[in-house]
Design a protein. Structure first.
Length: 384
């Protein structure tokens, strides 16, 4: 039985954002394939020892660890000499090196005491955990990076952002790994220009199909909108509720789930807000369509794949189909125009023939490209 060490900094059981859903999906895949998996996360207010114990209880991990929480105010000298100063000297952006003081020694203690066949690191910004690590035998251990996103683009609005510097370090970090996992076709193409293509694998977000093909099924909600509170979603939500919401029938019932609700000023009798739920499945099953209004951000939108897995048509902006293998015939009605966005919603809600057309598209597209077997085929080959 192969042993895997999987690092993902956040709580995979937290369903408040798409990256967590991907991490949880990978854990379930490893469990299903019978691998022995140890897990490392980063201690935060939302990820504590009780969450690690729950992961173990669910049988998703064998052993679980949490990097100690770093408090800059209590470790100023350590931070300056081990983190800030080296970054300045070697011109390595702090945001592309998330390994804080104390974390490396914690990681080294784990890998020095355990022999792993595979070490899977999430994000290019955590690559220094394994780069030139004397406790890792490169002839016996395969190193994989699950990129999740093109990080350079995510940092372009930071005041210290330098495109060449950030991008150079991101590629340098990724080149150290044996395999790079990308979640979208655009990221696979980009990284393949600088890293041997055979080392870059497209492994998008895979989910089990939960389709309900009954057009006339009863739903308590017409529209489901799931979003976290990152800046991209805040911008998109503001656009939707300012420019689209006033143009749709106020009898159309909208359910908003996620931390985005804390940024919504609109109040209406047909809008229900829920900040956190344990399981999104019941809400997808109880909704007719979903929306994804976004104008910035990169990579595959996990909430779009989740919607497709339930056979729900999606009304979205052009950013909503970023990362999808096909940009058309995929169950999505795509427009950046507020009038057309509102019209698309109305058509899906009121016209059974149009709804059925996009419902069948979403089911066929999902089954062909994002079913569990299809998505994880490349990963299974790597792990053999």
């Amino acid at each position: 039985m192969k042993r895997i060490l999987y690092f993902y900094p956040e709580n995979p059981l937290g369903n408040n954002q798409g990256n967590n859903s991907r991490a949880l999906s990978l854990l379930k895949f490893f469990k299903n394939k019978g691998y022995s998996l140890d897990f490392i996360g980063e201690s935060t207010e939302n990820f504590q020892q009780k969450d690690i114990e729950l992961l173990i209880q669910k049988g998703l991990v064998n052993k679980g660890y949490l990097f100690p929480r770093f408090k800059k105010s209590k470790n100023q000298l350590s931070y300056f000499f081990k983190y800030y100063l080296p970054n300045k000297i070697f011109n390595k952006p702090e945001k592309l090196n998330e390994v804080k003081p104390g974390v490396q020694s914690f990681f080294n203690a784990i890998v020095s005491k355990n022999k792993y066949d595979i070490i899977l690191i999430s994000y290019a910004s955590w690559a220094s955990l394994v780069i030139d690590n004397k406790y890792i035998n490169r002839s016996q251990t395969i190193l994989i990076n699950d990129t999740h996103d093109f990080l350079t683009s995510q940092y372009q609005n930071y005041k210290d952002f330098e495109l060449g510097n950030y991008f150079r370090n991101e590629i340098k970090n990724l080149k150290y790994f044996d395999y790079i996992l990308t979640i979208s076709v655009e990221e696979k193409y980009l990284f393949s220009q600088f890293i041997p293509e055979n080392n870059v694998k497209l492994v998008p977000h895979g989910l089990p199909a939960q389709h309900n093909t009954d057009v006339n099924k009863h739903c308590d909600f017409d529209i489901l909108y799931v979003a976290s509170n990152n800046s991209h979603n805040v911008q998109g939500a503001h656009w939707f509720f300012t420019n689209v919401f006033p143009k749709i029938n106020q009898n159309i019932k909208i359910l908003v789930i996620g931390k985005i609700v804390n940024h919504l000023e609109v109040e209406a009798s047909n809008i229900t807000k829920i900040e956190r739920v344990e399981d999104l499945s019941q809400y997808y099953q109880n909704s007719k369509i979903t929306i994804c209004p976004m104008f910035s951000g990169t990579g595959l939108k996990i909430k779009v794949i989740e919607s497709l897995s339930f056979g729900l048509p999606i009304v979205c902006t052009e950013k909503g189909v970023d990362g999808l293998i096909n940009k058309s015939n995929n169950g999505c009605l795509v427009t950046n125009d507020s009038d057309t966005f509102a019209k698309s919603i109305t058509q899906l809600i009121t016209n059974e023939d149009i709804y059925r057309k996009y419902q069948l598209e979403s089911i066929e597209f999902f089954n062909k490209n994002y079913s569990l077997d299809t998505v994880y085929n490349n990963l299974k080959i790597i792990l053999q």
